[in-house]
Design a protein around this ligand. Structure first.
Ligand code: GLC
Length: 715
C-alpha cells in the first residue's frame, strides 16, 4: 500500500481535517507563533499547513514539531505571497507584463522561487491571473493587465518559473494560480464586490489564463472571494469541479482564499460553518485558509449527512500528494537548508535592475526631452515619490524589507556623481497640506531639468485598495501646476515620473509635461533602473499592458471592444460616443516610446489564403529613423469583420521585438496559425469559420498606427 493510502488508513478525523487546514503564522522576537492556535496543534497533527511563516529557522522549528513530534509525522506545507519577488523585489506584475518577454517573466519567477525556498517556503500564492479592465480595482496592480492572450503567456511563464524543472527540487515552489475566476470585473471596480458577467466573457476573457496554468502543470489554484452571478467561487461546484477539474483537467489542490469559506455565511448561501464547510468541500476546495471552517464545521456536516468521509478523504489525498510531489516527506528540511551566496544575491539585484528598466514605459517625450544631457550641471527632483524607497516596493512586498530599496534620489545620485541634485517632496503623497510647494518650486531656479516624481502610495493599489477616482492623490496636482508655471518662466523642461499600481487619470499632466514615464512600482532597484533610463544607459522599451483612460467615465475601457451598430462618428449625432469626452484613451494598450523613432513598411502575408491546419507568415520591415539605438515591439492583431458572433475590433495574437541602430532597417517575422483564429460560436463552442480576416501590425492597439492586410480562411 502506498504512503498516502497507508496514512489515510491511520488518520483520525481530526488529523484529516488538520491536513485540510492552513493557518497564518508569523515570527515574533520570541519565535514563530500560530495565529488562533498554539503550536500544540501542529504537534497534535490538527494543523497541517501554514502561511506567512518566513525564514529558515522559524520554518525548521515548526517543521520539526510536525515531523518529529506529531503522531504521523506529516510535514507542513508553508505558503506565502511571493507575487513579484521575495526579498529581492521585481516590478509589480502589471508593470512586468509590459516587458512582453516570456523569458524574463519566467526568469524573475525562477529567481523569486529560489529566494523563497531558501527561506523555507514551499508554495507561492502566485501567479495572480485576474484580467482587469478597470483601473479603479486596486488588484489590477497584481495581474497581467487587460488582455487574455497576454495573460495566457504570463501564466505559462510564471508557473514554469516558480515550479522549476521538478516540484521536488529544493529550489522549486508549488505555484498557486489565483483567483479563480473572473475577480477582475468586480462591480464598479469595488474590491470584493459581486461579479456578474456573461458566460461568453467568462470563457473568452477570464478562463484562458487558468486553462494555460493547468496545462503548464500548476500545482494549486485559489478560488476568488467573489461570487459569479450569485454563486460564490469558493462554493462554485460548476466552475471548480465541472469546469476546472472536469473540462480543464486540473488535478491539483484548491486552496481557499483567506477566510473565504467562513465568508460564505455573509454571502448568504450558508447558515453556519457546517454548511459553509460542506459547500466548499463538495465544490472541491481542499485547504481551508484561516476560516477554521473545516476543523470546526465538517464534523457537524458529517453528522448532518451534508458530506461523506470519502469526500474528506479525496481532499486529504490531494493535499498529501502535493506534499509528496514537493519532496516534503523525503526531506522536509530541504528548503531552507542552504543559505544563498552573496554572488547569487548580487546577480539577482542585477536582474531586478535590468527588468525594472525594461518595465518603464515612456509615455511622452516631446522634442526629445529625454534622455538627459550627458552630464547635467543641476537637476531638480521634486515630489513625494522622489526619495521614497519603501514605496518603490509596490503593494505586495512579501519579505522585501524597506531597507535596501533604491529611491529615485539615490539612483540618480549614484548615476550622476558630478551633478548637483536638489530634492524636495513639496507635498505628501495623499495629505491636504500644501505648505511645502513654494519651497519646492524655488529649487527649480537654474536647473537643467526638473523631474517631478508623483503618484500613489504603494498601499493605494493591491488588495482592498480600490479607488473611485484613480487620479493623483492629495495635493500633487497643485504641486505639479506650480512647477509647470515656474518651469515655463524659466524655460526649463519638466519630466514627470508616475508611480502607481494602475493607470492614473492624468490628461492635464500629460498635456503639460515635456516627458512622462510610467514607473509603476519597480521593486528593489527602482531608483537605479530609472536613472539608467533617464541617462540613456538603457533605452526605454516598456509598453503598457493596460489602456490608460482619459476620463473616469470611460472605465471600463479596453482596446478589444466589440463593435457598435452605430460606431462613433463625430459628424453623426446618433453614434456611440460621449458628449463631453473623446472615446479615445489617453494611451492605448501596448503604447510605449523609446529613444529611437520607428516606422513600419512593406507588410507581407504568406500565404493569403489558408485552411485551418496552415499558418500565415507575417513579415514587416521596421526602420529606426531616430538618432539613437533602441528596441521596438511590434504587435500582431487580427480583426474578424464578419462571423457568426460579433468579434472584437482588435485581438492581440502575437508580438516580436527588434533592436535597431539609427538608420537601420530590419524585418520582423511572425507566424499565426489559422487554428488560433477559432473562436466561441453562438453556442459557446469553438468554431473555425471561413472568410476574410484582417491582419494588423504595429506599435500598439491604435488602429491608426497599424499596417493592415487581409487573409482568407478556407475550410
Ligand atoms: C489575501 C488575498 C490572496 C492571498 C491570501 C493570503 O486575502 O486575496 O491573494 O494570497 O489572502 O495572503
Amino acid at each position: 500500500m502506498n504512503r498516502i493510502e497507508s496514512l489515510l488508513d491511520r488518520m483520525t478525523l481530526a488529523e484529516k481535517l488538520g491536513q485540510l487546514t492552513m493557518t497564518a503564522a508569523g515570527y515574533a522576537v520570541t519565535g514563530p507563533f500560530i495565529a488562533g492556535d498554539s503550536t500544540d496543534a501542529i504537534k497534535a497533527g490538527t494543523i497541517g499547513n501554514l502561511l506567512n511563516l518566513v525564514g529558515p529557522e522559524p520554518v525548521r522549528q515548526m517543521q520539526r514539531l510536525a515531523v518529529e513530534e506529531s503522531r504521523l509525522g506529516i510535514p507542513l506545507l508553508i505558503g506565502f505571497d511571493v507575487i513579484h519577488g521575495h526579498r529581492t523585489l521585481f516590478p509589480i506584475p502589471l508593470a512586468e507584463a509590459g516587458l512582453f518577454d516570456p523569458a524574463s517573466w519566467a526568469l524573475t519567477a525562477r529567481e523569486a522561487a529560489r529566494e523563497a525556498c531558501a527561506d523555507g517556503l514551499a508554495m507561492a500564492f502566485a501567479p495572480m491571473l485576474d484580467v482587469s479592465r478597470d483601473p479603479r480595482w486596486g488588484r489590477t496592480a497584481e495581474g497581467p493587465g487587460e488582455d487574455p492572450w497576454l495573460a495566457v503567456r504570463i501564466a505559462r511563464a510564471k508557473v514554469s518559473g516558480l515550479q522549476g524543472a521538478a516540484l521536488a527540487d529544493a529550489e522549486s515552489l508549488a505555484a498557486c494560480a489565483k483567483h479563480f475566476c473572473a475577480y477582475g470585473p468586480v462591480t464598479a471596480g469595488r474590491e470584493y464586490a459581486s461579479v456578474d458577467i456573461s458566460e461568453r466573457t467568462l470563457r473568452e476573457i477570464h478562463l484562458p489564463a487558468f486553462a494555460a496554468a493547468v496545462q503548464a502543470g500548476v500545482a494549486a489554484i485559489m478560488p476568488a472571494f467573489t461570487d459569479l452571478a450569485g454563486i460564490p467561487m469558493t462554493a462554485n461546484a460548476a466552475l471548480l469541479r465541472d469546469t476546472l477539474r472536469g473540462q480543464l483537467g486540473f488535478g491539483g489542490v484548491l486552496v481557499s482564499d483567506y477566510n473565504a469559506i467562513g465568508e460564505l455565511i455573509r454571502h448568504g448561501i450558508a447558515a453556519d460553518l457546517a454548511e459553509a464547510a460542506a459547500l466548499a468541500l463538495k465544490a472541491g476546495v481542499d485547504i481551508d485558509m484561516m476560516a477554521d471552517a473545516y476543523r470546526r464545521g465538517l464534523p457537524l456536516a458529517l453528522e448532518r449527512g451534508l458530506v461523506t468521509m470519502e469526500q474528506i478523504d479525496t481532499s486529504v489525498r490531494r493535499v498529501l500528494r502535493l506534499k509528496e510531489q514537493l519532496g516534503l516527506f523525503d526531506d522536509p528540511y530541504r528548503r531552507g537548508a542552504t543559505p544563498e551566496s552573496s554572488e547569487q544575491l548580487a546577480q539577482r539585484r542585477k536582474l531586478a535592475r535590468s527588468v525594472a528598466a525594461r518595465a518603464i514605459v515612456l509615455l511622452k517625450n516631446e522634442q526629445e526631452t529625454l534622455p538627459l544631457p550627458p552630464a547635467p550641471r543641476r537637476l531638480c527632483l521634486i515630489g513625494p515619490l522622489a526619495d521614497a524607497p519603501a514605496e518603490m516596493r509596490g503593494p505586495w512586498w512579501a519579505a522585501g524589507e524597506p531597507e535596501g530599496q533604491v529611491s529615485v534620489l539615490a539612483g540618480l545620485r549614484a548615476a550622476l556623481p558630478g551633478t548637483e541634485i536638489l530634492q524636495a517632496s513639496g507635498v505628501a503623497i495623499d495629505e491636504p497640506r500644501k505648505a511645502g510647494i513654494a519651497k519646492a518650486v524655488e529649487l527649480c531656479e537654474g536647473a537643467d531639468a526638473i523631474i517631478l516624481c508623483l503618484g500613489e502610495r504603494a498601499t493605494m493599489s493591491g488588495e482592498a485598495a480600490s479607488r473611485a477616482s484613480p487620479e493623483l492623490p492629495g495635493q500633487q496636482r497643485a504641486l505639479a501646476e506650480a512647477v509647470f508655471k515656474r518651469a515655463a518662466k524659466l524655460g526649463c523642461r519638466v519630466i514627470v515620473i508616475l508611480f502607481s499600481g494602475r493607470p492614473l487619470i492624468v490628461p492635464w499632466l500629460a498635456g503639460k509635461a515635456d516627458a512622462v514615464l510610467a514607473a509603476w512600482f519597480l521593486g528593489s532597484e527602482a531608483g537605479n533602473a530609472i536613472a539608467d533610463v533617464l541617462t540613456c544607459r538603457v533605452s526605454p522599451s516598456g509598453r503598457t499592458a493596460i489602456t490608460w483612460p482619459r476620463a473616469l467615465g470611460q472605465m471600463p475601457i479596453f482596446y478589444a471592444q466589440r463593435p457598435s451598430g452605430r460606431p462613433a462618428n463625430p459628424d453623426d449625432h446618433f453614434t456611440s460616443k460621449y458628449l463631453d469626452v473623446s472615446n479615445e484613451p489617453l494611451y492605448p494598450f501596448g503604447h510605449g516610446l523609446s529613444y529611437g523613432r520607428f516606422t513600419l513598411q512593406d507588410l507581407h502575408l504568406t500565404p493569403d489564403k489558408l485552411s485551418e491546419k496552415e499558418s500565415v507568415e507575417v513579415q514587416v520591415d521596421v526602420t529606426n529613423a531616430g538618432a539613437r539605438a533602441a528596441e521596438e515591439t511590434v504587435f500582431l492583431f487580427t480583426r474578424d469583420k464578419l462571423a457568426s458572433v460579433a468579434r472584437p475590433l482588435l485581438e492581440l495574437r502575437g508580438f516580436a521585438k527588434i533592436a535597431l541602430r539609427p538608420g537601420e532597417t530590419g524585418t520582423v517575422s511572425l507566424s499565426l496559425a489559422a487554428a488560433d483564429l477559432r473562436f466561441l460560436g453562438p453556442d459557446l463552442l469553438p468554431v473555425f469559420e471561413e472568410g476574410e480576416v484582417e491582419i494588423l501590425v504595429g506599435p500598439c492597439a491604435d488602429r491608426s498606427q497599424l499596417l493592415a492586410g487581409t487573409i482568407r480562411l478556407c475550410k
